[in-house]
Design a protein around this ligand. Structure first.
Ligand code: ATP
Ligand code: MG
Length: 432
């Protein structure tokens, strides 16, 4: 055997396996988010992971970090340039155009899945990561913006996520941004030497991005720079003010961050981010904004859009660090079924089906082992209740119930009829 063959195969750097029990937490997070979305009339759209490279060049913008240095681009066997999607909005808009979904229609859509960016892997930053995103097409008004912000707010509340702040800003319309861009460049050009390296590079290509530089010296210089909000048109100002009014009415707290700009070119007017402090540099869990020119830019009829994307790795990690209720609950086994002998095993299988049908986590001990070992396994897996069918119980069609949950007061085992198992277990779990 060659040395090659013996070498251990590993996942690609920055692309993670997600293992149990974490997968269960992921499922719970996804389910809750999806319930919130469908509760407000958003429908799922499933999109390919690979697209023509051209799609991202035309939508995200050539001067952005994503396009200039983060995309996984390759030629396929026909020599076509393809790219693993770095985000979902471009694909969503492309699909909407392709299937005539925007023509005289409004759409509330969501998607969820892996995205790919060749970044330096670190906590909260990976090369394959997952986004759950929602997009609303066909509305220009701030009510839809408040609705989508409320969607995220609801998700966080139902997930039990704490300490997440909402920041909003308005980038204004195209004309505003051109004027502001000029003013910012005029202010920064004479100060170029004092800017960090990235910002120097962006000064001509994408000066707005300098605003969210993390460099302290650059931020110091920016303190004296022109402020975007001074350039907003009357219409943009009113739009932004109305959004704020809606948020106040919804009881959703927010801060205005006049330096908040997004890393993609297609945004206008409202942009927002949800930030979770205490998670280091990768503190943004969810980000989004308005993109009224995107659909037209990639070849569709002008259609306004507004949406967000949430980073699920960051969300899940924060929930775990916060020990949120949902993180603790996940992987909890409600019932562990213990039995001896084939007749008893058949009965246990039967009870497992009944318990699973009412939504309980019921795990059956399969394979030969002593009662003692089966109890040990139940305990080790953190089951709350054990059901026991020994030879005696099997003959009498009864089942023993024992509480294993350590936080409960110790109780002796009780015996009930197998036919009553659903009621007995439900009552028992409720008492815990
Ligand atoms: P950042 O400033 O952190 O690089 P971004 O502006 O590139 O973020 P978006 O393109 O707006 O991020 O993506 C939305 C969300 O997706 C981010 O707020 C984050 O939660 C998540 N995200 C983006 N890139 C990554 C990544 N490489 N790994 C994990 N999550 C990511
Ligand atoms: Mg980024």
């Amino acid at each position: 055997m060659s040395a090659d063959k013996k070498q251990q195969l590993k996942a690609i750097r920055g692309m993670n396996d997600i293992l149990p029990p974490d997968t269960e937490l992921w499922q719970n997070v996804e389910t809750i988010c999806q319930q919130v979305l469908s509760g407000r009339g958003y429908q799922e759209i499933r999109l390919p992971i690979v697209e023509q490279t051209q799609l991202f060049l035309r939508s995200i913008g050539a001067d952005t970090d994503i396009v200039s240095k983060e995309m996984y681009t390759f030629d396929d066997r026909n020599g076509d340039s393809l790219t693993l999607r770095p985000e979902g909005t471009a694909s969503c808009a492309r699909a909407g155009i392709e299937h005539g979904m925007f023509y005289n229609q409004q759409q509330r859509l969501w998607y969820c899945g892996p995205m790919f960016r060749h970044e330096r892997p670190q906590k909260g930053r990976y090369r394959q990561f997952h986004q759950l995103g929602a997009e609303a097409y066909g509305w220009t008004t701030p009510d839809i913006e408040a609705e989508l912000i409320a969607v995220v707010h609801d998700m966080f509340e139902r997930l039990g996520l704490r300490g997440t702040r909402l920041q909003i800003n308005s980038l204004g319309d195209q004309q505003t941004r051109t004027q502001f861009r000029d003013a910012l460049q005029n202010y920064l050009r004479p100060r170029k030497d004092k800017l960090d390296e990235d910002s120097q590079r962006r000064l001509e290509s994408n000066p707005l991005r300098i605003l969210d530089s993390k460099n302290a010296d650059t931020q110091e210089i920016l303190n004296g720079a022109p402020v975007l909000s001074d350039f907003l048109s009357e219409e943009s100002s009113q739009h932004f003010a109305l959004l704020q009014e809606f948020l106040v009415q919804l009881g959703i707290e927010f801060e205005i961050n006049t330096k908040l700009v997004r890393g993609l070119d297609y945004y206008n007017d409202t942009v927002f981010e949800w930030i979770n402090d205490g998670f280091g540099a990768q503190s943004t869990v969810c980000a989004g904004g308005r993109y009224d020119s995107l659909v037209e830019q990639i070849g569709g009829a002008a259609t306004p859009g507004f949406g967000f994307a949430m980073g699920l790795e960051r969300l899940v990690q924060i929930l775990q660090e916060q020990n949120a209720a949902i993180a603790e609950r996940s992987s909890k086994i409600d019932v562990y079924l213990i039995s001896t002998g084939d007749a008893a095993r058949g009965q246990a299988l039967n009870m497992q089906s009944k318990l699973a049908k009412i939504g309980l986590n019921a795990v059956l001990h399969c394979g030969q082992s002593s009662l003692k070992n089966q109890f040990k396994r139940a305990d080790k897996q953190g089951a709350r209740v054990a059901l026991i069918v020994g030879e005696e119980e099997s003959a009498a069609k009864t089942v023993g119930i024992k509480i294993l949950d350590r936080s409960a007061a110790p109780q002796s085992q009780q015996t009930v009829k197998q036919n009553d198992v659903v009621n007995a277990v439900t009552n028992c779990l409720e008492s815990l």
